[in-house]
Design a protein around this ligand. Structure first.
Ligand SMILES: Cc1ncc(COP(=O)(O)O)c(C=O)c1O
Length: 400
């Protein structure tokens, strides 16, 4: 038998798989399952972006290009970072990869040594700890409590730093909580990072999905000093409904970009060429489809929050999210109660019971390091969303 390496042994299997496998089984058996587990926009990629990819194929742009990205696309990314984030980069500081996930892997692989500690606010996107572990790092968690709007504070970062701390993961807007940090909160956290010489991996993939007048601010834009220690992660997956195309990018100091470029040239080479032309059209073309999608998400968020507000007497609670397309539904008040004779111990039980008895799929918070809630995505039709929310309320009503 081939023994797998110690490196990959440390990686946990995805905890969300059990729930999605069960949901798929139910669907295959002809049941209607309302899916609040979705992690991608339920919108099609805008037509002009699809047309750009077709055009690239027709023109025969099907060959290798530079491993770190098509020069025209890198230029467009530089322009985007200037216009949207007030950040000045050279094209040589940009690396285009196969999704933001790949960019995150590259960034951690290029900077984390054996035994380095990486601070992660929790609840967290479940990929971070696994990538850190696979690169020999040690994830350390800072609890972003619902009481503080699911946001960590500068004081918490200060308290969590040890001589081995190398990096802070900073994800705003956040998956799974939807939390969006204000400029002042970001500045305070940046100060601590500068003081302790930390690298910041700023995952800004949900940048465009912000509602209610809140604005995105990149931590790299705090000061030139901060920019020097930040690796900005972004991509087209969520903003332009392009999850399947696989294109993300990072922007960082020249020496790190050079190392990542060399590594990528030996691992994946360039992101497929037609996707890069599609991404170019996304960044440079008409942004109306994106604005329409954001407006639709905003309306759904408001509707969902209105419903959740009315469920508070049932022992359910939530923190108003300002971004992404998720809400954490606090259900810890149901723990210790029983549903149809079955005791509820945690978020996995809630998700399992909802799926089995109410045909509603949601992601248990324990997957994100927070067992007090389940994550509801509103990347589904309003009709399904309302039906599913009523089913969740029925579940809570039946808990004794
Ligand atoms: C916080 C966060 N970062 C990064 C990603 C990865 O994005 P991509 O599909 O571009 O790899 C996701 C996808 O779910 C995410 O939620």
């Amino acid at each position: 038998m081939i023994k797998v390496s110690e490196r990959v042994k440390a990686i946990a299997p995805s905890m969300t798989l059990a729930i999605s496998a069960k949901a798929n089984e139910l669907k295959a058996a002809g049941e209607k399952v309302i899916n609040f587990g979705v992690g991608e926009p339920d919108f099609n990629t805008p037509e002009h972006i699809v047309a750009a990819a077709k055009d690239a194929l027709d023109k025969g742009y099907t060959k290798y290009v530079a491993a770190a990205g098509l020069p025209a696309l890198k230029k467009a990314i530089v322009k985007k970072l200037k216009i949207d984030n007030n950040l000045d980069y050279e094209p040589s500081q940009i690396i285009v990869s196969n999704g933001a996930k790949h960019s995150i892997f590259n960034a951690i692989f290029a900077t984390i040594n054996e035994g380095d500690e990486v601070l992660i606010p929790k609840p967290y996107w479940l990929t971070y700890p696994e990538v850190i572990k696979s690169c020999g790092g040690i994830p350390e968690y800072i609890y972003a409590t619902p009481r503080h709007g699911y946001k960590i504070t500068a004081a918490q970062v200060e308290a969590a730093v040890t001589p081995r701390t190398k990096m802070l993961i900073f994800n705003s807007p956040c998956n799974p909580t939807g939390a969006v940090y204000t400029q002042d909160e970001i500045k305070a956290i940046a100060e601590v990072c500068i003081k302790h010489d930390l690298i910041v991996l700023a995952d800004e993939i949900y940048e465009k999905l912000i509602y209610g007048g809140q604005e995105h601010f990149s931590i790299a834009a705090v000061s030139p000093e901060m920019k020097e220690r930040t690796i900005v992660i972004n991509g087209v997956s969520k903003s332009y409904a392009m999850t399947g195309w696989r294109l993300g990018y990072l922007a960082c100091p020249e020496n790190v970009a050079k190392a990542i470029s060399s590594f990528q040239s030996h691992s994946t080479s360039n992101v497929n060429t037609m996707t890069q032309y599609a991404a170019l059209a996304a960044l440079e073309g008409d942004d109306k489809p994106m604005r329409d999608m954001i407006a639709a998400f905003g309306r759904r968020r408001d509707k969902m929050l209105e419903m959740l507000e009315s469920y508070k007497p049932l022992g359910l609670d939530y923190v108003k999210p300002d971004g992404a397309f998720y809400v954490m539904l606090l259900c810890d008040k149901l723990y210790g109660k029983s549903f149809r004779g079955q005791k509820i111990h945690g978020s996995m039980d809630v998700a399992d019971m909802l799926l089995t008895h109410k045909k509603v799929a949601a992601t248990p918070g324990v997957c994100f390091g927070d067992d007090d809630a389940i994550r509801l995505s509103y990347a589904l039709s309003t009709k399904d969303m309302l039906e599913g929310l009523e089913a969740i309320a029925d579940f809570a009503r039946e808990c004794k």
